[in-house]
Write a protein that binds this ligand. Structure first.
Ligand SMILES: C[S@@+](CC[C@H](N)C(=O)[O-])C[C@H]1O[C@@H](n2cnc3c(N)ncnc32)[C@H](O)[C@@H]1O
Length: 194
């Protein structure tokens, strides 16, 4: 099963070291142009919680991850946000949200799983709901240390997401290298609302 990487203490701690100093402030600043303050946000794959803290400065944020290890870390930090154990593919929750946000999470899904995730995101988004997701840019798809890394092009993301979402932002940005990442921000088409 892919994505075991984040489930064990040893490898989750490896990720925490690797991710030190990185956060999604740039993405969240862009999101603020489209998402009203105090909106209800679900973050997928919160990991060690850097973006959860930044998002919480302006929004009512529910953190989530499919790794209990990360959720336990967040609980130890005494974070006040609701936290749920949630798979980004199945999204089994009875709650609904104004926005679903993820930073470098959905690249761990196969193309089919990404399609399933999008269908399930539509089901838990409120009217005029927004998605804001970042991806690694490129054509590679490989498994390393038990995690799938499925890169995407702008065209692939446009084809996958534009049937359901009006594109507000679809652009490259720099994470570690120039244009190594892509941000999609989209607003649910009114015909796709529940
Ligand atoms: C590259 S890390 C990013 C973590 C965090 N968003 C950040 O920016 O540091 C990927 C995160 O996605 C989570 N993840 C991977 N596959 C997932 C899935 N199917 N459902 C929910 N979370 C998942 C991992 O546990 C990990 O926290």
């Amino acid at each position: 099963m892919p994505n075991q990487y984040y489930l064990s203490k040893e490898t989750a701690e490896q990720y925490i070291k690797l991710a030190k100093g990185y956060d999604g402030k740039f993405l969240i600043d862009l999101l603020k142009n489209y998402l009203p303050l105090k909106s209800k946000v679900l973050e997928l794959g919160s990991g060690p919680g850097a973006d959860l803290e930044i998002l919480s400065q302006n929004y009512e944020v529910t953190g989530s991850d499919f790794s209990q290890y990360f959720l336990d870390i967040l609980k130890k930090k005494k974070i006040k946000n609701p936290l749920i154990l949630l798979d980004a593919i199945t999204l089994k929750t009875s709650k609904t949200f104004d926005c679903i946000y993820s930073n470098k999470v959905l690249q761990h899904l196969t193309d089919n799983q990404l399609e399933q995730s999008i269908q399930n995101q539509l089901a838990i988004l409120n009217k005029d709901g927004i998605i804001c997701h970042s991806f690694w840019a490129g054509n590679d798809c490989y498994e390393m240390k038990g995690a799938l890394h499925n890169y995407h092009t702008k065209d692939e993301l446009e084809n996958c997401l534009s049937p359901y979402f009006e594109t507000l932002v679809l652009d490259f940005y720099n994470e570690m290298e120039k244009d190594d990442s892509i941000l999609f921000i989209g607003k649910i088409h009114s015909t796709k609302c529940k």
